[in-house]
Design a protein around this ligand. Structure first.
Ligand SMILES: Cc1cc2nc3c(=O)[nH]c(=O)nc-3n(C[C@H](O)[C@H](O)[C@H](O)COP(=O)(O)OP(=O)(O)OC[C@H]3O[C@@H](n4cnc5c(N)ncnc54)[C@H](O)[C@@H]3O)c2cc1C
Length: 326
């Protein structure tokens, strides 16, 4: 069998599977290479309430539907196929190395996603699931903590924004930050401090502090906070811990191969998702500027597969500016 495909998609998360659906349904030969098994991050949650058009669904149920749809249009999905290298060939095609196998793609869609940065404290893995109380996404999970008490951790933009979002739902939020100043932009910090200083505010700070452990029986019941200056410990009874300490894109294997940001996100034009290598697109949580949501990852996969058609028709399209873009 020929190892040359019109489209090779790296990563079978929501973005990769959405790209595969559009590519295979348009009758392009489509190969999806997945390091583990299909699904990506969303496989680890049992409740999604913000995917438009579906009131409530678990990650595995949604992925099962996505997979069925992709497979019926003839895309090949190879699991246990970790891509370690990609090379632009002189003829414009792209070579992909996964284990002992090599594949050639006329186009490649990088949909390798990101992982939430972990705190690495006792209890974090045990309760890693919003149902049990540890979450990494305020937008996804804040409504599940209505009228509850939660601890949030972090000091950057996402931490401040998501903590303010959490405070709209939770009865009380304690934001723990290891320094005494926030890294977030000035305007966000001002918004945070205005909120904290309101009379009867439901948001309190623990600065110069870290979460040392998360404890409970079956679900989160308390967080142990430690002041890094005095080493003093405090036990906070709570129902959840939100960890907002950043994302780690799964792009280490692309370093030196394709342009990445300092944080490791794939650089691309965010309208048509073209990377620095002609024929290689980036989609979903691994790309610069991603909104880190299921719906946006799926939108990216669809967009990349549609844009790919322009390139397969005419390789000069790659340099074309986006009409009307500012
Ligand atoms: C617990 C949890 C709950 C969430 N809840 C929500 C929610 O309610 N609503 C919402 O909108 N979003 C939610 N999210 C976020 C959502 O899951 C992500 O935004 C979405 O999964 C991103 O999709 P993706 O395809 O870009 O990346 P991912 O889902 O990360 O998938 C990337 C895939 O690429 C594979 N891969 C990585 N490197 C390689 C390689 N070198 N070779 C081959 N394969 C590779 C990975 O194994 C993975 O399968 C949640 C996330 C988590 C973790």
């Amino acid at each position: 069998m020929s190892n040359i495909y019109d489209c090779i998609i790296i990563g079978a998360g929501p973005a990769g599977l959405a790209a595969a659906l559009y590519s295979a349904r348009d009758r392009y030969s489509t190969l999806v290479l997945e390091k583990f098994y299909p699904g990506g991050q969303i496989n680890t949650t049992d409740r999604i309430e913000n995917y438009p058009g579906i009131v409530k669904i678990s990650g595995p149920d949604l992925i099962a539907q996505q997979l069925k749809q992709v497979e019926q249009f003839g895309a090949t999905i190879k699991t246990g196929a970790e891509v370690k290298d990609i090379t632009a060939l002189p003829d414009g095609n792209i070579k992909i190395a996964a284990g002992k196998n090599e594949y050639i793609g006329r186009c490649v869609i990088l949909a390798v996603g990101s992982d939430y940065r972990r705190l690495g404290v006792p209890g974090e893995d045990e309760f890693r699931n919003a149902g049990a109380g540890v979450s990494y996404c305020g937008t996804c999970d804040a409504p599940f903590f209505r009228d509850k008490k939660v601890v949030a951790v972090g000091g950057g933009n996402t931490a401040v924004e998501d903590t303010l979002h959490l405070a709209k739902f939770a009865r009380e939020v304690i934001l723990v930050h290891r320094r005494n100043e926030f890294r977030a932009t000035k305007v966000l910090v001002e918004e945070l401090m205005t909120y904290v200083n309101k009379p009867d505010s439901n948001l309190n700070l623990r600065l110069d502090s870290v979460v040392a452990a998360i404890e409970g029986a079956g679900k989160v019941q308390r967080a142990i906070i430690q002041n890094v200056k005095t080493n003093e410990k405090e036990t906070i009874d709570c129902d959840g811990v939100f960890i907002f300490v950043g994302m780690v894109p799964n792009t280490a294997f692309l370093s030196g191969r394709i342009e990445l940001t300092e944080a490791g996100f794939i650089r691309c034009d965010t309208g048509w998702l073209r990377t620095a290598i002609p024929g290689v697109f980036a989609a979903g949580d691994c790309r610069v500027g991603a909104a880190m949501q299921l719906a946006t990852a799926i939108g990216d996969g669809v967009n990349a597969a549609i844009m790919m058609k322009q390139y397969l028709r005419d390789r000069n399209w790659w340099k074309q500016p986006i009409p009307g873009a500012i």
